[in-house]
Design a protein around this ligand. Sequence first.
Ligand SMILES: [Zn+2]
Length: 307
Amino acid sequence: MDNFTKSENTVLKTEDNISEGNNSADYPVYSEEELEVIRKRMEQRRAERRAAAHRRIMRNRAVAIAILLIIGILIFRACHDDNGITEPSQSSSSQTERSDSKAKKSDSEPAVKMDTPSEKNEHDIEQVNGMTFVDGILIVNKTYSLPADYDPGVSTVAQNAFDNMSAAAANDGITLFVNSGYRSYQEQEMLYNSYAMERGTEAADEVSSRPGHSEHQTGLTFDVNTTENSFAGTPEANWLAEHCCEYGFIIRYPEDKEDITGYIYEPWHIRYIGKEKAKAVTESGLCLEEYLDITSDYKYADDNSAS
Ligand SMILES: [Zn+2]
């Protein structure tokens, strides 16, 4: 009993010593058991201090996260109130957030271009008797074909335009003449089939149009002077490229547009679309397919069963 009390006192004293920095001159000597008790208490205290520190850190962290969340929500709201423009939705909560601000907007002022319907082709596409007109331009390419019985002959408007152009060219010392103009469905069919028999359809598709897909069937197209590649870069080809739009023609298959038009560069092949449109297309630097946002590919063709 006596021993226990003594030991208890010693421990207390020791703790005081520890907390005071232990600078006592007559430092007591302890038994193993007493030292063990002291060690355990110290260990316990340290553990308590660590736990307290940990709780503090966790509390601070929670506060910081809460503050960041609040700031985030405020920024999010501020952005959506300012713009009024929707962005691709990320979560259902932002969805409701947005519809709230949307409702707010529509109260105060007219909505700013909210959910724009996906812009398809802005151009006016019209189907008439199996023919396709885009912005009033009759389209014939690998996607769009003409009926077999469409047999207009050469267009007098296009022919007159060519004659005027040819006369103007002559004034500049340039000779332009029609090498090939109107071609009927049947003529094109014979032409294409002879290529296909000779070299196969794949090779034929590279140099010739399938029947119904030749622009020459429109009566609005001319091959000028020659269909030899050597025509490119000649004074005649240069004059044609520079002036044909003034007479309503475009170079239909320009250089570096093969992937889009479906045809190699043909500096001799011109198509009448009218002066205004020809100038607009030429000035745009786009080929007709790009200008009208249409394709030219047999895989999209309405008559894809064709040979
Ligand atoms: Zn041609």
